[in-house]
Design a protein around this ligand. Structure first.
Ligand code: PMV
Length: 328
């Protein structure tokens, strides 16, 4: 038997990825830039064991769905084919935040899985190779392998399924003096996965071509603003990217926002008009995440906690990358 335990944090995209290349291998169609969040974690144990007759997945103490188990098995197969390990594995993973509800649990989940599986199989992979492995499970997971501010470029339009595409650190966690406030509005999993939502968007949205054309420019601008430490510009671009993504999806009938999402979004605008340096974003779920200057975080957090429909607010600093906790 050989086992490893790893921890990874979710990340939130400031410049969003939405849409995949039309080729196998889970390559994103646009570049994205994220910040890794220290306030939420996924802990994953991978145990390769002779006694197992198939790969097993336990998520939050319960058997994983057939779909989740198949995605985990695909990642384990790549680890096994890289050499050495032939046994099946038992994967046990848990999150200290709501799972599958647009809080990037797939990002931290596949990052922790990739790190733990590579360590348990005793493979000597570079961080880039681990990031590429994680991307195959969930593209945003490639970014959670790294800490601080992280980019993932778009995949080429054509090429081999085995082409490597890894995320890369752009700046350390201290580049911007910010906090991220995740407003939890439900403990339930979302109904539409990001994978399905992206597919419907690219098939049906009248604005998808515009999104593909604009997102790379917004990404370039975001990166420049970040490296210039221009928080106001990073904030404006963060809102613009999320609004464009949601509008593009919504035009195809893919809704992640609920009433409370829109109410919170407006509230963040009001707080900003009243002088707070705070900007909203949202992913494939109803929760709103707020990027806020550290000095303004306590009062903005109090306001968000008091907003109707908010169950709680999880505060994060820009955090570190995925890491191995134990190997045996
Ligand atoms: O990595 P996926 O397939 O879960 O997609 C993530 C999509 C967004 O979270 C909405 C945007 C992003 O860049 O993280």
């Amino acid at each position: 038997m050989s086992r490893a335990v790893a921890v990874a944090h979710p990340n939130i995209a400031l410049a969003k990825y939405w849409g995949k290349r039309a080729r196998p291998g889970n390559f994103p169609a646009v570049p994205s830039l994220s910040v890794t969040l220290d306030g939420m974690s996924t802990r994953t144990e991978v145990r390769f064991d002779d006694a197992l007759r198939r790969d097993e997945l336990i998520l939050g103490g319960e058997a994983g769905s057939p779909g989740d188990t198949a995605r985990v098995r695909a990642l384990l197969d790549r680890v096994r084919s890289a050499g050495g390990e032939k046994r099946f594995a038992r994967v046990a993973s848990s999150n200290d935040f709501p799972t599958g509800g647009g809080l990037a649990s797939s990002a931290s989940g596949f990052a922790a899985l990739a790190v733990a599986a590579v360590a348990a199989a005793r493979l000597d992979f570079s961080e880039a190779r681990v990031s590429d492995l994680a991307r195959r499970g969930s593209a945003s997971a490639a970014r959670s392998v790294f800490g601080g501010f992280v980019e993932l470029l778009a995949g080429a339009e054509t090429g081999s399924e085995d082409d490597v595409l890894a995320a890369r650190g752009v700046a350390g966690p201290d580049e911007l003096d910010v906090r991220v406030l995740a407003c939890i509005v439900t403990e339930q999993a979302k109904t539409e996965s990001s994978r399905a939502g992206m597919q419907i968007t690219s098939d049906k949205s009248p604005y998808y071509a515009t999104w593909l054309e604009r997102a790379p420019r917004q990404f370039d601008e975001m990166k420049r603003a970040l490296l210039a430490r221009d928080l106001a510009r990073v904030g404006e671009l963060t809102e613009a990217s999320a609004l464009a993504m949601h509008a593009c999806a919504m035009a195809a009938g893919v809704f992640y926002a609920r009433g409370v999402t829109l109410g919170l979004w407006r509230r963040v605008g009001e707080l900003r008009n009243a002088g707070a340096r705070a900007w909203a974003t949202a992913d494939a779920g109803p929760h709103v995440k707020v990027i806020v200057a550290t000095a303004d975080a306590p009062r903005v957090k109090r306001e968000l906690e008091a907003h109707e429909g908010v169950l709680r607010v999880i505060e994060s600093r820009p955090g570190g990358g995925a890491r191995v906790l134990e190997v045996s």
